[in-house]
Write a protein that binds this ligand. Structure first.
Ligand SMILES: CC(C)(COP(=O)(O)OP(=O)(O)OC[C@H]1O[C@@H](n2cnc3c(N)ncnc32)[C@H](O)[C@@H]1OP(=O)(O)O)[C@@H](O)C(=O)NCCC(=O)NCCS
Length: 167
């Protein structure tokens, strides 16, 4: 069952494509939840590149969460998944993962991939509970404090695609 069903039908935030008009609100969240946030340019480049970027928006217009994904051959790469602090732990992150996994199944994708900071224990635990497995590391992938770098854990979720499509 989708965690979005924790909300009643009238109040459940709806999934919509992200547009440039959303970027002030997106950056407001981005700057709250990350020590090293994406810049406006990162989001504009992602939209210009045709990456799938989506927001969860309430009926009153408040933007609660967003994600950015890149689609490859029989796989999807989750580049950014963020929930506004006031809306965390209410099922929105899981709801977006449910929606992305459904998109993967509809596209016959084999895997949903993502990277997460080694120090982001909360997100790593959420992904582990969701069914992602760690398959590797990207060393010194992220910027860190005092000019240092931090490793990324490379995770993937099997999404049920058929390998026959690659033959
Ligand atoms: C990580 C993040 C996207 C998760 O979204 P969320 O909406 O807060 O998570 P959910 O409410 O959907 O919770 C998902 C699961 O984790 C559990 N969980 C959520 N917050 C938790 C917490 N503080 N402690 C323990 N478990 C927690 C929930 O119980 C849920 O499990 P369940 O469905 O089995 O009950 C969100 O917290 C976030 O934006 N964090 C900051 C940015 C970030 O780190 N993004 C990920 C980068 S890779």
């Amino acid at each position: 069952m989708s965690a979005l069903l924790q909300f009643n039908a009238a109040s459940a935030p709806q999934r919509e494509p992200m547009t440039v008009a959303d970027l002030d609100a997106v950056l407001g969240i981005e700057n709250l939840v990350y020590e090293f946030p994406w810049t406006r340019g990162n989001f504009i480049d992602s939209l210009a590149a045709g990456y799938a970027a989506q927001v969860l928006r309430r009926a009153d217009g408040e933007l609660c969460a967003y994600c950015v994904t890149m689609t490859g051959v029989q796989e999807m790469h989750l580049l950014n998944l963020s929930v506004a602090p006031a809306w965390q732990h209410r099922g929105l992150g899981r709801g977006l993962l449910d929606a992305l996994a459904a998109d993967c199944r509809a596209a016959d994708a084999l895997w949903l991939w993502l990277e997460v900071r080694e120090s982001n224990r909360r997100a790593r635990e959420i992904y582990r509970q969701y069914g992602f497995e760690q398959v590797g590391w990207r060393r010194s992938y992220y910027p860190a404090a005092a000019g240092r770098r931090e490793d990324a854990c490379v995770l993937r979720l099997p999404t049920g695609g058929s390998r026959d499509a690659l033959d």
